[in-house]
Design a protein around this ligand. Structure first.
Ligand code: SAM
Ligand code: SF4
Length: 315
């Protein structure tokens, strides 16, 4: 069987309220006993490693760094022999944790950065604490959590003026900036069209300041990459994740596991398949059936709206 790309959400919770992800009032979070324990996550990964050849895992959320002792989970997964463990974070809590995470076996990190100015960052995320994010990025670099990729969800009229500064910042710091098309998922689905800016339009904005030339794409990655050169001749790489204008469903092997253990094979589906009761029964055959059902339910390149937010699904 071909390898699965696992995205494991370790919590629904998050300190931020990014407008495209969380409603302002937050979401009703389950209590600690409702979410998979680190032992249950490890049990599930061990099984899938035997049957589906898991080589890499991405930990996400909600905000994964708000779950206490996340480095313990990283170490437990590294002990299974998973060499490519990655994490997606808002980086607010990263600075004091970066060295511990690296020592536990984390290899690389993606950091959400929708703006550099405190005003725009605040209006999108609900917090003006961009400094903690920048400190987190510096700490991740220092700890060697490389490569560091920045994820920017583009919202027309909100952060389009921040895109060129973000690329300049990425070039100056040796980071890869990636521009993500906002998906009709979570809060604000109704107003989604108003704020949508396609990757093609983002590319046009960036071409006012940089020379862009197509670069090699990474195997299995959803990003279309370009080499970028600024006027001083500094070079770097950027990527576009064009989920809406150029969907990349073909050959998708992503399986998302929510914090409560639901298996989600496709973002377009409303339903997830619970795995926790099966894990607790030790019913490996039923778990593998559930994985097959989740993976078999993928919908190719459909237009869809999804009411469940990414923080619930595991972005
Ligand atoms: N809290 C962490 C963070 O923000 O990096 C990890 C979880 S977050 C749900 C993962 C990714 O999902 C982020 O890069 C975020 O920008 C993206 N995301 C959330 N809602 C989205 C939407 N409606 N469209 C596109 N990307 C979205
Ligand atoms: Fe939190 Fe990440 Fe969602 Fe922003 S995108 S609200 S940081 S989970």
């Amino acid at each position: 069987m071909s390898a699965l790309a696992l995205r494991i959400s370790v919590t629904d919770r998050c300190q931020l309220r990014c407008r495209y992800c969380m409603p302002p009032e937050g979401i009703a979070c389950g209590c600690h006993s409702d979410i998979l324990s680190y032992e249950e996550i490890t049990q599930l990964v061990r099984l899938l490693q035997k049957t589906h050849g898991i080589h890499k895992i991405r930990l996400t959320g909600g905000e994964p760094l708000v779950r206490p002792q996340i480095e313990k989970l990283v170490a437990m997964l590294a002990d299974l022999g998973i060499h490519d463990i990655a994490l997606t974070t808002n980086a607010l809590k990263l600075a004091p944790l970066a060295t511990k995470l690296k020592a536990a076996g984390l290899r690389r990190i993606n950091i959400s950065l929708d703006a550099l100015s405190p005003e725009t960052f605040g209006s999108i995320t609900g917090s003006q604490d961009i400094q903690s994010v920048l400190d987190g990025i510096a700490a991740a670099k220092e700890a060697g959590l490389l490569p560091i990729k920045l994820n920017t969800v583009v919202i027309k009229g909100e952060n389009d003026h921040e895109l060129i500064p973000i690329v300049q910042y990425a070039l100056a710091n040796g980071l890869e900036a990636r521009f993500i098309e906002r998906m009709p998922i979570g809060p604000g689905v109704e107003a989604y069209q108003d704020g949508f800016l396609s990757s093609a339009n983002v590319q046009k904005i960036l071409e006012n300041a940089f020379l862009l030339t197509p670069a090699t794409n990474e195997p299995g990655s959803s990003a279309r990459r370009f080499q970028v050169t600024n006027q001083a001749g500094h070079k770097g790489t950027i990527g576009f994740i064009s989920s809406c204008s150029q969907p990349f469903c073909n050959g998708c092997r992503r399986l998302r596991i929510t914090a409560s253990g639901e298996l989600i094979g496709c973002l377009a589906r409303e339903d997830g398949i619970p795995s926790r009761p099966l894990l607790q029964q030790g019913n490996d055959a039923a778990i593998l059936d559930a994985v097959q059902t989740a993976m078999g339910g993928k919908r190719a390149n459909t237009q869809f709206e999804q009411a469940r937010s990414m923080s619930r699904i595991g972005g």
